[in-house]
Design a protein around this ligand. Structure first.
Ligand SMILES: NC(=O)c1ccc[n+]([C@@H]2O[C@H](COP(=O)([O-])OP(=O)(O)OC[C@H]3O[C@@H](n4cnc5c(N)ncnc54)[C@H](O)[C@@H]3O)[C@@H](O)[C@H]2O)c1
Length: 417
């Protein structure tokens, strides 16, 4: 929900609405106009803002239906920051709130047009954007992008969901575990109460029909822009060439490799269907795809090598479509995937810790920060890259001695950002 109870009419919003609708005085916006006619004005204004920002696309502003809801539906279609929640909101029963809200939409639009329209300054000087929850939802490094994060209920996926929501993305968190997803979603909303959109879906990434319908469900949001194919397992029975049971090999491959392939396949279909040409796919591999380990998990290692190779190939195949594909290669982390497996076994833990120049395991949030960059348009020239986030581990020969460096706290452990 974008509207909050502290959203009150203010001069800036009314002025913004006045400037773009051409109505004579701010006060004329709060009296003498029906909701229908105000919505028509604003629909027109939004179209003209889109024109200023060079993101104009045709919106049926002529012959608007007379009832308010369909008009707002048009606003929603023409301005992705609006959501069906806001359209259904009882706030729209109150004219003053409607105008205020739409005024904030206009302020955002005008700010986007900064430098192209001198009227912006007039509005921005007076702007008091802090009072609109709306503002945070439309700004950020991923503003307006529709993103799916698999394995979103924990570890790297949850930390990434938090950062994506905080940077303005509409986020669909996907995981095989329903209860874990609900807990994770509550955490994201606790930390990012003004999130644009955060939803969850239960999806086993090894099942193509589930991946397909998950990705297709984002057509209702305007189509997928970013997918983080992150879900993966490392099975306790995974072992060396002799000791790995075939069933564990197959299970690992079907989640870690086929799951990533299905995510990429249906992402490409979705990008084509929705005519996207600035998209990002990030697949989670691992440093074990780059360096050998004397503590084998052969199926896992082979699966991550496959992810590395398929991602690289897709990056090249789709480079001229504008679809970027990059790998994330995390070092061993402080997440349940590894830590549950290590348990209280100190020698087993020390055997790994010794290889870190920093003297510590990585944290999930440190991976999520890299994913955020790869997902954003800041990484527009980063394609086919293996983003190694390992504290220097794969570059080390003899590691330093002394106290380990301090680690950041994962956001999921905080009560506020
Ligand atoms: N933790 C590490 O040390 C480490 C190191 C390198 C790479 N990775 C990779 O990072 C990714 C995320 O791992 P993490 O450390 O955050 O682990 P995690 O166990 O904390 O999270 C993985 C999530 O994936 C979900 N999941 C498992 N199987 C699934 C399936 N079939 N469909 C959908 N969701 C499923 C789990 O429920 C869980 O929420 C994995 O691909 C993992 O291989 C982890």
């Amino acid at each position: 929900m974008l509207l909050t109870s502290h959203l009150t009419p203010n001069r800036t919003c009314l002025r913004a609405a006045q400037l773009t609708t051409g109505l004579s005085t701010p006060s004329s916006l709060t009296s003498g106009y029906s909701e229908e006619s105000m919505a028509s004005h604003v629909a027109y204004a939004i179209v003209s803002i889109r024109h200023h920002t060079k993101t104009y696309r045709t919106v049926p502003v002529v012959g608007l239906p007379t009832r308010l809801k369909p008009q707002l539906k048009i606003l929603y279609e023409s301005y992705p920051a609006l959501s069906p929640h806001t359209i259904a909101s009882p706030w729209f029963g109150n004219k003053a709130y409607l105008y205020t809200y739409l005024g904030h939409v206009l302020v955002d639009g005008l700010q986007d047009a900064r430098g192209e329209d001198e009227r912006c300054d007039d509005v921005l000087v007076q702007s008091n954007r802090g009072e609109a929850a709306m503002s945070t939802a439309t700004k950020g490094r991923l503003a307006g992008k529709n993103a799916i994060i698999t394995g979103g209920a924990g570890g790297i996926g949850l930390e990434t969901s938090i950062l994506f929501a905080n940077e303005g993305a509409n986020v669909l968190m996907a995981d095989i575990s329903g209860p874990a997803l609900e807990k994770a979603k509550a955490k994201v909303l606790q930390l990012v109460p003004n999130a644009s959109k955060v939803e969850t879906t239960i999806c086993d990434v090894s099942k193509e029909d589930q991946v397909k319908s998950m990705i297709e469900s984002l057509d209702a949001w305007g189509g997928l822009d970013v997918i983080f194919n992150n879900a993966g397992i490392m099975h306790a029975q995974d072992d060396d060439a002799v000791g790995t049971p075939e069933a564990i090999w197959d299970l690992t491959m079907s989640i870690n490799v086929k799951g990533v392939w299905f995510g990429c396949k249906h992402a490409v279909e979705s990008f084509r269907r929705n005519k996207k040409n600035k998209t990002s796919v990030i697949n989670t591999a691992s440093v074990v795809a780059l360096v050998g380990s004397a503590t084998p998990q052969l199926a896992y290692t082979a699966s991550k090598g496959a992810v590395l190779a398929l991602t690289r190939e897709l990056a090249i195949v789709h480079a001229r479509d504008g679809y970027r594909f990059n790998n994330l290669c995390p070092a061993p982390l402080n997440t349940p995937l590894l830590q549950d497996w290590l348990g209280d076994d100190k020698p087993k833990r020390a055997r790994r810790e010794i290889h870190f120049p920093t003297g510590r395991f990585g944290e999930a949030v440190e991976q999520a920060q890299a994913v955020l960059f790869l997902a954003s348009d800041e990484a527009s020239f980063v394609n086919g890259h293996d983003m190694v986030v390992d504290g220097g581990m794969t570059k080390a020969y003899v590691t330093p001695e002394g106290q380990p460096c301090a680690a950041p706290t994962n956001n999921a452990l905080k009560n506020e950002l």
